[in-house]
Ligand binder design. Structure first.
Ligand SMILES: Nc1ncnc2c1ncn2[C@@H]1O[C@H](COP(=O)(O)OP(=O)(O)OP(=O)(O)O)[C@@H](O)[C@H]1O
Length: 528
């Protein structure tokens, strides 16, 4: 019994063992299958990975090669850009040289043809461009201060107005030189400076500023100044205008030529309400600014009898006279400009220099002129104060050592700061100032008429219609080198006045006068 139960137990154990073994076997088989599947999946994965790796690798190689190529291209283009930049710079430098040459040739041509040279300066926008006493105007002032006048290059002014409600305007004007609002007093003088060399070479020269009131004429001619702060000829003052700079340059040039025995004389006149005043002399009651007249001499030249010429020996003495005269110059405020000059200011510098005879022909001519001078001086006997020239004559020639072989040349530099042309409605003037304004406008119209008559080669040139044109007759219609410096405002508010000034300048350029001539001998020493 016990044996049988043991047997049964063993049988049971065997069955269980067999069943477990079978189960284990099945699991091993399943595991083996799974392992096999995993192996083939891994293999597949590996192959895929290898393919992808190959792909990426070849892509990377392509990219690296491409980058290298691009790098080489970049370096090539960079080198090319440097080359191009260099040649552009060279071309630019050559262009600037050619431009200067062209400009010099153009200026020579202008002079040969006897044309008037016209420069135009556009001033910067200033606070008073947006200010107005008129409240209705104030509302519009922002748009009216919009810039409509531009310097597109150094010879072209573009006037462009595209404001809704206004006539569209797009017009260019050409001048010998155009200054943008950023260009300094020094740059402006740089273009004027050669005219001083011409003066020393014996040419008469006239430089005048023309433009609307407040457009920058006095600023250009004199620089900022006031009674308490006069114009000083100091190199440190960047804002100095043409007159103090010209004074400095003239004496600098003279100091480089000590043998020419120079004599510089200055007269200053103001033309106010068509009357001419000598600002360097007092009347019997001790008041500066004596009324004078302009006459035409037998030779057809304009002359101011009894005009004072003062002898100056340095820029400081020169500017002292100018500052004294500026204090006398009539100024009144207008709506456009609080410190408006109401008169034309004409500064005349007479330079007499002695130069050696260089040819027999010169001596002959000198003799002739000497005789002419003698005749004239015998007719006009005027007392001569120490340091002053005989009134009403051009300044006296320098007495020379009779044994010296020298000739004298006299040339005249006129620096003219015109009163501003203006529209009466815009400047808001009444009473005395209105009267002044109409005189200013009439004299400027007379100037335009003279230019018109000259450009049309009319037989009669109406110089005598105003004191201004009569006084400037020799410079405008004669053989002087004449430079008109137009001054214009950049803003919309003064468009009409600006167009008027630009039109004046364009007409002035059309005038063909006689070619500028060197002054010849005034009087001579004796030749041996
Ligand atoms: N280029 C410029 N740069 C800076 N300020 C300027 C310039 N031009 C003119 N101004 C200023 O504008 C104002 C008017 O100029 P300016 O007195 O020269 O006018 P104007 O044409 O002589 O006027 P008017 O005919 O009424 O005397 C001044 O305050 C002057 O300093």
């Amino acid at each position: 019994m016990k044996l049988s139960s043991l047997y049964n137990e063993q049988q049971e154990l065997r069955r269980n063992t067999y069943s477990s073994l079978t189960q284990i076997y099945q699991e091993v088989q399943t595991f083996k299958q799974e392992l096999k599947d995993f192996q083939s999946f891994s293999y597949l994965l590996m192959r895929n990975f290898q393919h992808q790796y190959q792909d990426y690798l070849s892509q990377i190689v392509d990219v690296v090669q491409g980058t290298q190529l691009e790098n080489e291209n970049l370096q090539f283009f960079q080198a090319k850009a440097v080359d191009l930049e260099q040649s552009l710079q060279e071309i630019n430098e050559r262009y600037q040289v050619e431009k200067q040459k062209r400009k010099a040739l153009h200026n020579d041509l202008v002079e040969l043809k006897g044309n008037i040279r016209v420069h135009c300066r556009i001033r910067p926008l200033l606070p008073f461009d947006t200010e107005s006493g008129d409240p209705a105007f104030q509302k519009r002032s922002l748009s009216l201060s919009e810039k409509v006048v531009h310097a597109t290059d150094d010879e072209t002014v573009l006037v462009r107005c595209s404001r809704p409600g206004h006539t569209l305007f797009n017009k260019t004007f050409q001048f010998e030189r155009v200054y943008s609002p950023l260009e300094s007093q020094k740059i402006v003088f740089g273009d004027v400076c050669p005219l001083l060399t011409s003066l020393l070479d014996g040419y008469n020269v006239c430089i005048m500023t023309y433009g609307q009131t407040g457009s920058g004429k006095s600023h250009t001619m004199l620089g900022p100044h006031s009674e308490s702060d006069p114009v000083s000829p100091s190199e440190a003052d960047q804002e100095m205008g043409i007159i103090p700079r010209a004074a400095g340059e003239l004496f600098r040039l003279l100091s480089e030529n000590p043998t020419i025995n120079p004599r510089v004389e200055v007269s200053v006149v103001e033309i106010y309400n068509n009357e001419l005043f000598d600002l360097l002399t007092k009347d019997s009651s001790g008041i500066f600014g004596v009324k004078r007249d302009v006459i035409t001499t037998k030779e057809g030249k304009s002359n101011v009898p009894l005009l004072t010429y003062e002898h100056v020996e340095c820029p400081a003495e020169f500017m002292k006279l100018i500052n004294k005269s500026l204090q006398l110059r009539v100024k009144h405020p207008t709506l456009v400009h609080a410190d408006s000059s109401r008169s034309h200011l004409v500064v005349t510098v007479t330079l007499t220099i002695a130069v050696p005879f260089d040819s027999f022909a010169d001596q002959q001519l000198s003799q002739k002129l000497c005789e002419e001078m003698l005749c004239t001086t015998q007719k006009v006997k005027t007392s001569e104060k120490a340091g002053f020239c005989p009134r009403g004559l051009s300044p006296a020639p320098i007495p020379l050592d009779p044994t010296e072989q020298q000739k004298q040349v006299q040339a005249k530099l006129q620096l003219v700061d015109l009163a501003g042309s203006e529209c009466i409605g815009m400047s808001g003037v009444t009473g005395t100032i209105l009267r002044e304004t109409s005189f200013i406008n009439r004299s400027l119209a007379a100037l335009a008429d003279v230019l018109g008559a000259l450009s049309e080669h009319r037989g009669h040139i109406p110089y005598r219609n105003s004191k201004l044109t009569h006084l400037l007759q020799d410079s405008i219609g004669g053989d002087a080198k004449l430079l008109v410096m137009l001054c214009v405002s950049p803003c919309q508010k003064y468009l009409a006045e600006t167009l008027q000034s630009l039109g004046f300048g364009s007409r002035a350029r059309q005038v063909q006068r006689v070619q500028a001539k060197r002054r010849n001998l005034l009087v001579s020493g004796k030749s041996k």
